[in-house]
Design a protein. Structure first.
Length: 277
């Protein structure tokens, strides 16, 4: 899968806005700092030793990956504690809330440098090999993050903590699909481990080219909240680790304040269906 036309090494991203607006997908090379990435893995090491009975005597990323895969299979409750604690750790926040990432968000959303932006959905995904429990079907993140009425006023930004390719499950992205706007969804829950999903019927994507979010360590990608995408299987033997953060245009007239957004979500839940507008 060739996605070279979406790769940019220059951190001055003003020149690539045209491509992003057209395709709804972009990748920037070597944005995240290696030390910030390493600190996230060290946090995982400390949390693993906190909760696991089989302690690691010293920090080793390959061994850590093996141990996390094993504990995911053998003790879901312990893996969940490690995962949950990781999400609120300072190392994850430092990696995903860097000014380099926020500058990308501002530029792609058409905002001035240093202007305020809203941030939500900060998380680190841990995807073990050959484990489909938390894979997402085709969807738009706008179904989950309603801060702006327009899906083009929000982004999903991803950070690769190691090389991500076809074998270990690079994300599938439907190019230009953001131009469809917000789509009708089918609500479903796959099994007791999966969160509720707002999936989109893949037949709506027949005329759209599917590319893969192939990245190297430190690369950062962005899609609109309305860009349709889905998870892919990890067929490797290693844990896939990806950082995610959503950024929103807080200066836009369609931005919902925190209280308004919470009330809006409560209304959706009462209706038991997703009708945004």
């Amino acid at each position: 899968m060739d996605n070279k036309k979406f790769l940019y090494k220059n951190r001055d991203i003003s020149k690539v806005k045209k491509t992003f607006k057209k395709e709804g997908f972009i990748i920037f090379k070597k944005i995240a700092k290696s030390q910030d990435i390493e600190n996230v893995f060290k946090t995982l090491y400390f949390l693993y030793n906190k909760y696991s009975k089989n302690k690691l005597n010293k920090y080793n990323r390959n061994k850590l990956s093996e141990c996390l895969i094993k504990i995911r299979k053998s003790n879901w409750a312990v893996f969940s504690k490690i995962y949950d604690d990781l999400q609120v750790s300072n190392s994850v926040y430092k990696l995903l809330h860097s000014e380099e990432i926020f500058d990308i968000g501002r530029s792609l959303l058409g905002q001035k440098k240093y202007s305020p932006i809203a941030v939500s959905g900060t998380m680190l995904r841990l995807d073990p090999p050959k484990d489909r429990r938390n894979l997402y079907d085709y969807h738009q993140d706008h179904s989950y993050y309603h801060q702006n009425k327009s899906g083009k006023n929000g982004l999903v930004i991803s950070v690769a903590l190691h090389n991500i390719g076809l074998k270990n499950g690079a994300l599938k992205v439907a190019l230009k699909s953001h131009k469809l706007g917000f789509l009708k969804v089918d609500t479903k829950r796959k099994n007791s481990y999966s969160a509720q999903q707002y999936s989109i019927n893949s037949t709506k994507l027949k005329k759209y080219k599917i590319t893969r979010q192939i990245m190297n360590k430190g690369d950062v990608s962005a899609i609109y909240l309305d860009t349709v995408h889905c998870s892919a299987d990890n067929f490797s033997d290693e844990l896939r680790v990806t950082g995610l953060v959503r950024v929103h245009n807080i200066m836009s007239g369609d931005f919902r304040s925190y209280r308004d957004n919470s009330a809006f979500i409560d209304e959706i839940k009462k209706k038991k269906k997703l009708v945004l507008y």
